[in-house]
Design a protein around this ligand. Structure first.
Ligand code: ADP
Ligand code: MG
Length: 233
């Protein structure tokens, strides 16, 4: 529990700091992107590779800034009573093209009697997208992703997302959710940090079970209602 507390404190500080910095970087970025676009027309063939690298790296900075700005969002969003099964189904639909492309099938086992959950649906969708995307990315040869929902004791619901990928070693599990922890060439290591932050804002928790070479399951536990209702704007 102490570990979890420490993690959530750090996340709050990082979140506020990061969102502030991201905001400041956005303006000079807009200027850079604008002027570089103008350069495209006069760039010579021999320098076109430089141009490509600059634009793709700018896009990367953009994606990092956007992830960081999301961190500040939960405070300005609205909590509502929502059907999690429906949110999950929408997420699966959203990712179905990407899944087909990677030979991945979705299997679902949703509790049809799942009660509504007091949540911020768009934020939760972001969490589901992050975790399911990771699951797709960790199965280069394809496989199944199993998504379940069920009621737990103590007015809680549980969502599980299970893959048949490489699994994660014990040392690495501890690092999940740390900013910039990634094992991918194209990764930024922010998806899980954002996800932890959002679930934390819902007074829920994420636990991970993994077996190397077999696969990983992410469990998300959410209370039906918040203990202290947040100020919503
Ligand atoms: P990114 O996807 O950009 O690397 P994330 O925060 O989404 O950043 O994930 C961080 C790291 O956690 C990944 O690089 C990967 O090493 C590990 N990880 C996340 N989900 C899984 C999974 N389902 N199976 C194995 N490793 C995972
Ligand atoms: Mg990711």
């Amino acid at each position: 529990i102490e570990e979890q507390l420490r993690k959530s404190d750090t996340l709050n500080v990082i979140g506020e700091l990061a969102a502030g910095i991201a905001h400041e970087i956005r303006n000079p970025m807009t200027a850079l992107k604008g002027f570089i676009q103008l350069l495209e027309e006069i760039i010579t063939k021999e320098h076109s590779l430089y141009y490509q690298v600059i634009t793709s790296e700018l896009a990367r900075i953009d994606s990092i800034i956007n992830e960081f700005l999301i961190l500040a969002k939960p405070h300005a969003t609205k909590f509502q009573e929502k059907d999690l099964n429906k949110i999950l189904k929408e997420t699966v639909d959203l990712l179905s093209a990407q899944a087909v492309l990677h030979n991945v099938q979705f299997l679902t086992d949703m509790d049809s009697k799942l009660p509504l959950v007091f949540c911020e649906p768009n934020q939760l969708k972001k969490v589901f997208i992050n975790i399911i995307k990771n699951a797709i990315e960790v199965m280069p040869m394809g496989g199944n992703i199993t998504i379940t929902t069920k009621m737990l004791e103590g007015e809680q619901v549980q969502i599980s997302i299970q893959d048949e990928g490489s699994g994660i070693s014990k040392e690495k599990i501890k690092k999940l959710g740390e900013p910039f922890f990634t094992t991918k060439d194209e990764g930024n290591g922010l998806g899980l940090m954002v996800s932890y932050r959002i679930i934390n804002d819902h007074q829920g928790s994420i636990t991970i079970e993994s077996e190397e070479g077999r696969g990983t399951t992410f469990y998300i536990q959410l209370p039906l209602d918040l203990k202290e209702k947040k100020e919503t704007v």
